[in-house]
Design a protein around this ligand. Structure first.
Ligand SMILES: [Zn+2]
Length: 82
């Protein structure tokens, strides 16, 4: 059985379903990365995206678990259909 641990600094997750620029990344970190990418104001080249991803992989995972997803779920729970 192979264990694919997340390459994100300080991330202990060992069930990584994804690879990105040869990094293993867990779903939790990928979601956080996706939220950060959403905030980028300009179009990136693949090279620029690669360095953005590398910076992210080397950044510490926040201690508070997955704020982005938590807040998104909170927001979604507050949105009502007309
Ligand atoms: Zn991770």
């Amino acid at each position: 059985m192979s264990v694919l641990s997340c390459d994100r600094l300080n991330c202990d997750n060992i069930m990584c379903d994804y690879t990105l620029f040869h990094y293993y990344i867990c779903e939790e970190c990928l979601e956080e990365l996706r939220m950060k990418v959403l905030k980028i104001q300009n179009d990136l080249t693949v090279t620029e995206m690669k360095s953005f991803v590398e910076d992210f992989i080397e950044s510490h995972k926040p201690n508070v678990r997955d704020n982005g997803t938590y807040n998104l779920e909170l927001l979604d729970s507050l949105v009502e259909d007309r």
